[in-house]
Design a protein around this ligand. Structure first.
Ligand code: GCV
Length: 740
């Protein structure tokens, strides 16, 4: 009988919701019979004794979920009842009555406890936290355990986030476009705000709360000064008001020249008193409207953005001046270290040289946000050596969730393993155990702000992220920001079950596919430490040959691959740029030595001859060929795996993913052929005979031009300098999915 009810519910809910991906991982579909029975048997009502915004949201979420899970309205009752889910905030009458305050003592403000309590022969499932937002996190956790199948009414869970600030950075422009965004225009409708609150804002905040994300910047780091204008402050306030119950604090990306551009001052020199005063006044204005405003994110003196160096000042001067304005309100400055002066010998060295000498001089409310690698978000990069070098300054990792360098929203790439590799990398700053995670989460450098950021992949497309599987990267970032010790496998497992189905016939193969997808994209794009051999502007397809007269040499692939008839790779050893010595020992020696450098980073650190003997006995050339073929083979196996899933999930999402895998497969072959045929002109060596033959001609591939109109949303603003426009005589194919 119960299975029949569940079946009927499933049919009804399928009819009620179109499976367009808009519900993300928050799909409260009917549970399988056994779990439905456990939940129905152990939960009868919801009780929370205070009405606070986050608790109201939490109650609402529980009711929605139980309705979907077991088809029952679980009432919110004014009194405790047997089998109540009880929501209690530390210090409240309810928490005192349940005797749970002591357990919450010393807990992180966002942490929570879920545990059974029995009183007067009544049993409750209590979700308690020092704060109302912490209770909301606990509620989402409870729902996750139910959906994933781990729930039992007797379970006890205590969870605290590893990072205090877990934030998303949106690279959305005020005109609605998104730099490096591949899921349509921005979700922020600035023209309608503050009057119109788009329901998507609420869903956005809710989704973030469900994975513990508690901060965001809505606008591009290449910031339009208008964001701080009188016109925009009420719009920002409206967003902050929507986000508040979900625990998401608003920050803003600012333009360092704002005092001059919108303040009408002669310049924005941080040493000028009127400039300092301008920032103080503007900050005061913001806090009057948004009392819990988080602070500013700043990209300064990077890629054409203004900064303190325009006035002969330093990053410290600029950051500390703005920090002084925020400090009385408890706000912080997040200062990016993504800088690279054009004249250096190695772009990988630049940020370290500009930032490490100033270690310890930043104000306590400044944190330096460093990209995970030293250059950019390449398919694989070693972690940035700054994480092992700055011991007196708060430092945070910036990951890229949007897939600028991993196939946009066309390629299925689960990025959790990449984040995991960085977070767990040993910096040796204080000997073994000084991982990037522990250097930034407050464990090894306590009493500092600790934070982590991800560049969002969200856009206005119905499924939020373009590719259904790209939702997993948003999800994974939040989960890793909460707990960097979670394995990618656990995160994939949760996400699949919540987003698609718990059917093991689906979960297991899809999990394997996701877990191998990052290594796969590395293989068909840039194996063995190759990097930045993309088309120089779009960063999508292969163009290791590109030359753009007048462009910066460190924006061009040749700068990075350095291929010649003698060999390939960037020499960053002591006989080259010396970059290896920015790492602590024993890493610097390990990377410097051809015999010990990890082979997956070989060409990042070394320039080696084509016939260099790899550890498996192959020549470098043959190994490259094998890696590219492995990448192609894996994507084909993803296609086969996916096709076997037909019928196990809805056809809407099935077909969507199937069509993207087709593009990915074609692109992988494009990459393999382009890179191998181009480098063959240097190596002069044959593609190993046991491997597939190329199916393209190099000259044809060199003529491929991406249909730029289609990719309107990801064009970076600096692309449009007239001198850098593509040649209008280029032929552009009409169909965006066919490049050749
Ligand atoms: C927001 C890379 C990207 C740019 C981006 C920049 C940054 O260069 O291609 O689009 O600009 O990084 O992180 O600031």
């Amino acid at each position: 009988m119960r299975s029949l009810i569940v079946l009927v519910l499933m049919v009804l809910s399928l009819a009620a919701h179109s499976e367009d991906g808009s519900r993300l991982w928050l799909r409260y579909e009917p549970l399988q019979a056994e779990m439905a029975g456990i939940v129905a048997g152990s939960i009868s009502s919801i009780h929370a004794d205070l009405s606070q915004p986050s608790l109201d949201v939490a109650v609402d979420e529980l009711q929605k979920a139980f309705q979907g899970f077991i088809g029952k309205n679980v009432p919110h009752t004014a009194r405790l009842q047997d089998r109540s889910v009880v929501l209690a905030v530390k210090g409240s009458r309810l928490a005192t009555r349940l005797g749970i305050n002591a357990e919450l003592q010393g807990m992180h403000r966002d942490g929570f406890i879920i545990r059974p309590i029995v009183r007067n022969r009544q049993s409750y499932i209590v979700i308690a936290s020092p704060t109302q937002v912490g209770v909301l996190y606990g509620v989402f956790h409870l729902l996750r355990t139910i959906k994933v199948g781990d729930f039992s009414p007797g379970m006890t869970i205590k969870s605290e986030p590893k990072f205090d600030l877990r934030m998303l950075n949106h690279w959305a422009n005020l005109d609605g476009t998104i730099e490096r965004g591949y899921a349509g225009p921005s979700i922020w409708r600035w023209d309608e705000l503050p009057e119109v609150i788009c329901p998507r804002y609420i869903q956005y905040a809710r989704a973030n709360a469900s994975i513990g994300i508690n901060g965001m910047t809505p606008n591009n780091v290449n910031a339009d000064p208008l964001i701080l204008s009188d016109e925009f402050l009420p719009k920002l306030k409206a967003l902050a008001d929507v986000f508040r119950p979900y625990g998401v604090r608003l920050f803003v990306s600012i333009n360092f020249s704002s005092p001059r551009i919108i303040g009408g001052l002669p310049n924005s020199d941080p040493f000028e008193e009127n400039v300092q005063q301008w920032w103080k006044t503007r900050v005061n204005d913001i806090y009057r409207l948004i009392p819990d405003f988080g602070g500013f994110l700043v990209k300064a003196n990077s890629e054409g953005q203004p900064g303190p160096m325009d006035y002969g000042r330093t990053h410290v001067d600029g950051a500390n001046m703005i920090a002084a304005a925020l400090q009385p309100h408890g706000g912080i400055v997040i200062w990016r270290s993504f800088v690279y002066e054009p004249d250096g010998i190695d772009r990988a060295n630049e940020a370290y040289l500009e930032f490490v000498p100033y270690d310890g001089l930043y104000a306590p409310n400044v944190i330096i946000q460093a990209k995970q690698g030293a250059v950019d978000f390449q398919p694989r990069e070693p972690f940035s050596p700054k994480f092992g070098a700055m011991k007196k300054t708060a430092l945070m990792v910036e990951f890229q969730i949007t897939q600028e360098y991993t196939g946009f929203s066309n390629h299925l790439v689960f990025l959790a393993p990449q984040n995991e590799e960085t977070l767990r990398a040993e910096t040796y700053a204080f000997g073994p155990g000084s991982t990037v995670a522990r250097m930034t989460d407050g464990t090894l450098l306590p009493n500092r702000i600790n934070a982590i950021a991800g560049v969002s992949n969200i856009g206005a497309e119905t499924n939020w992220t373009g590719h259904h599987f790209a939702q997993a990267n948003w999800y994974a970032f939040g989960r890793q920001a909460w707990d960097h010790e979670l394995s990618s496998e656990q995160i994939a497992n949760e996400w699949i079950r919540m987003t698609f189905t718990s059917d093991p016939a689906f979960v297991e193969p899809i999990k394997q596919m996701m877990l191998s997808s990052w290594e796969t994209v590395v293989n068909y794009m840039m194996p063995l430490g190759l990097h930045h051999i993309f088309g120089w502007d779009h960063h999508y397809g292969p163009e290791p040959w590109t030359d753009v007269p007048g462009a910066r040499h460190d924006w061009l692939p040749r700068y990075y691959h350095q291929a010649s008839k003698y060999g390939i790779g960037f020499n960053r050893t002591r006989s080259g740029s010396g970059h290896v010595d920015q790492y602590n020992q024993p890493l610097s020696d390990k990377f410097n030595d051809l015999n010990t450098v990890p082979e997956n980073l070989l060409l990042w650190f070394h320039h080696v001859p084509w016939d260099h003997k790899m550890r498996n006995g192959r020549t470098l050339w043959a190994e490259m060929a094998h890696k590219y073929q492995e990448g192609v083979d894996s994507v084909r196996s993803f296609q086969r795996t996916w096709d076997r899933m037909e019928g196990l999930i809805d056809s809407e999402r099935f077909r969507h993913v199937q069509s993207r895998l087709r593009i990915q497969s074609r692109d992988a072959i494009w990459w393999r052929d382009a890179v191998m045929l181009y480098f063959q002109t240097y190596s002069g060596m044959p593609i190993p005979h046991e491997l597939e033959r190329p199916i393209h001609d190099l000259e044809d591939l060199k003529r491929v031009r991406l249909p730029l109109r289609h990719f309107h949303y990801w064009l970076p603003h600096f692309y449009w300098r007239p001198a850098l426009r593509p040649n209008p005589a280029d032929t552009r194919p009409e169909d965006p999915s066919r490049y050749f």
